[in-house]
Design a binder for this molecule. Structure first.
Ligand SMILES: Nc1ncnc2c1ncn2[C@@H]1O[C@H](COP(=O)(O)OP(=O)(O)OP(=O)(O)O)[C@@H](O)[C@H]1O
Length: 262
């Protein structure tokens, strides 16, 4: 099977620091693929290069056979790749349905102002219908007209995913979606991510520190360390990999989480 996302020799240098070092990564269509690694391993930098928010120093990113290296974010979105950020990216003062409506327009525009005040600022009945569909899909129909800032963290994260879904991604990239969540919230999130793959057919690539979420959700996991690929395999293979456990040693919390799944 050929990869939907193919990263070759991708490199990011910040002055003398090589944050991502000649990395190769293949993500299969329809996979839920996890990216883990100790703090500073280069996970977010990799995401940012793939999604076009950070220029690459070297290497190539191909999506569905097209070279998307260095394209700005609104172009990668048009190609079908949508990324969320570590902190939940919702518009706090807007209602839930307004957030989803903005998502439709925002993600495909180069600037926020362009989306709010540009020629397409009026929402059509079709936009509203699509936003309501997404609202039901993310399980927030009861909160339709609530201000986003009043939602609990788990719901805000679901809304963040809903905003990303408005752009109809074929690859959804999630940066630490479960950060700060309690177990119940992360279970709900995991089900939503499975639904994104199973019901919408999107591939999911996620960075996550919460091992229970990663191990329970992903079919394939890539481990980064110092900007390089340390290991790749199924959750069972990764949890039993001595190099992976070694990389996490000394980082007490993460080490315990990895060891707990070995
Ligand atoms: N804009 C920047 N300028 C300089 N150095 C940076 C910049 N962004 C990241 N780095 C450095 O690059 C390395 C990789 O950082 P990155 O945030 O990608 O790691 P990460 O694996 O996502 O870490 P975490 O799990 O803590 O989010 C780190 O050493 C970081 O300090």
């Amino acid at each position: 099977m050929s990869a939907q996302l193919s990263v070759t020799g991708l490199t990011k240098r910040f002055g003398g620091l090589v944050a991502v070092d000649a990395l190769d990564l293949a993500v299969e269509k329809g996979a839920i693929h996890g990216l883990i690694g100790p703090n500073g391993a280069g996970k977010t930098t990799l995401f940012s290069m793939i999604s076009g928010t950070l220029p690459v120093s070297a290497g190539r990113v191909e999506f569905e056979g097209t070279d998307v290296t260095g394209l700005p974010p609104h172009r990668t979105v048009s190609c079908g790749m949508v990324r969320t950020f570590q902190r939940s990216a919702v518009f706090h003062h807007f209602t839930v349905i307004e957030n989803l409506l903005l998502g439709t327009h925002l993600l495909a525009r180069p600037t926020v102002l362009g989306s709010l005040f540009g020629p397409h600022r009026r929402f059509s009945p079709a936009d509203l219908e699509a936003a309501d569909e997404t609202l039901a899909f993310i399980g927030l129909a009861d909160y339709r007209d609530a201000a986003a800032e009043t939602l609990p963290l788990g719901h805000q994260r679901s809304l963040g995913i809903g905003i990303a879904l408005a752009a109809k991604p074929r690859l959804l990239m999630l940066d630490e979606p479960a950060a700060g969540m309690n177990r119940t919230e992360s279970e709900t999130l995991m089900q939503l991510i499975r639904d994104v793959r199973d019901r919408l057919g999107a591939t999911v690539l996620l960075v996550e520190h919460d091992m229970q979420t990663v191990m329970g959700l992903c079919e394939r996991i890539t481990v980064l360390n110092f900007g390089r690929k340390l290991a790749e395999g199924s959750p069972v293979e990764i949890a039993a990999n001595p190099a992976v456990i070694e990389a996490y040693l000394g980082l007490d919390e993460d080490a315990q989480r990895v060891a707990a799944h070995a």
